[in-house]
Design a protein around this ligand. Sequence first.
Ligand SMILES: Cc1ncc(COP(=O)(O)O)c(C=O)c1O
Length: 353
Amino acid sequence: MSGVLHLARPEVLALAPYSPARWDPSLVRLHANENPWRRAADPTRAGLNRYPEPQSSALTAGLASLYGVNPAQVTVGRGSDEGIDLLVRAFCSAGSNDVLVCPPTFAMYRFAAAVQGAGIVEVPLRVGASFALDVDAVIGACTPATRLVFLCSPNNPTGNAIHPNDIERIAVALADRALVIIDEAYVEFAEGGSMTPLLDRHANLAILRTLSKAYGMAGARCGAVLASPEVTGLLRRLIPPYAVTVQTIEAVLDALAPERLAEARRQVERIKAERARLFAQLTRVPLVSKVWPSETNFLLISSRDAGRLLDAGIRGGLLVRDVRSQAGLGNCLRVTVGTPEENDRLVASLEAA
Ligand SMILES: Cc1ncc(COP(=O)(O)O)c(C=O)c1O
């Protein structure tokens, strides 16, 4: 299995790692210029007066176990948004390298590339074929300047998943040529499982996971990049040492307790059941022309008058996402599956339009 480190920015490879204050809980910390006293209302176990452990070993081990990988394959950051940003900064030199994206898809890939000054190569999903990925076009569009290929599965905002064979075909075709990143933000809601078993077979694969969706922790800001130990070492060199806060570390460790994981799994099942119910109800709304099948916690709807539906939502006190500016989605809205009461209210509001 050959690697992808030769594709990383030379100046990042040459970077001497920043050396944060040594982490040794058995010793008194007089080396980090912290305040020695906790605030009276400090709710944490570790104390907010102390810097957190960089890439907390307990958190890394907990997420590695959750995702079925080795701790040396995990970089923990502020949501998968930070993972996307790190990957682009590690691999793309401004003005010389490209990122490949398959619109309509999550806008952060394009945003991170633009901030870095990287070019963007677009291989649109096949709108006429239920937003299927054009595997041959993705492989064919990669040039020597391409460094990263972002594939979102299941995809935001179209809701469909990519078949593992297609991912594998792309990873094989682009071995040594590009890092293929699978964004699995919604995989817990999907029928097929995660692509993590492919990581050990393809050094040019990376996977983004998040606690923001199925685990109900969007406010904690915690996500992970799963990749080869070599890529992980590179990302850990770039990420700020105290990216993940004491509160987040403790909240996520609590959420990884078996009973809390069981609770999250039950919630996912409830959301999937509500998704099916909402799907059926939305298909009967007069201004809705199609509800797209979804393996996520949202539904994409095509509408005869999306503007009127948006206004009707607001009148009902509900925000839904306007995705009409995205390629191929000229008449579409995206709605998140809410509680049964919220979903009923949504349907009633849209029916009134
Ligand atoms: C496909 C996809 N990836 C990543 C993210 C970002 O998630 P996080 O909260 O982990 O930064 C989102 C958020 O909506 C998303 O839809």
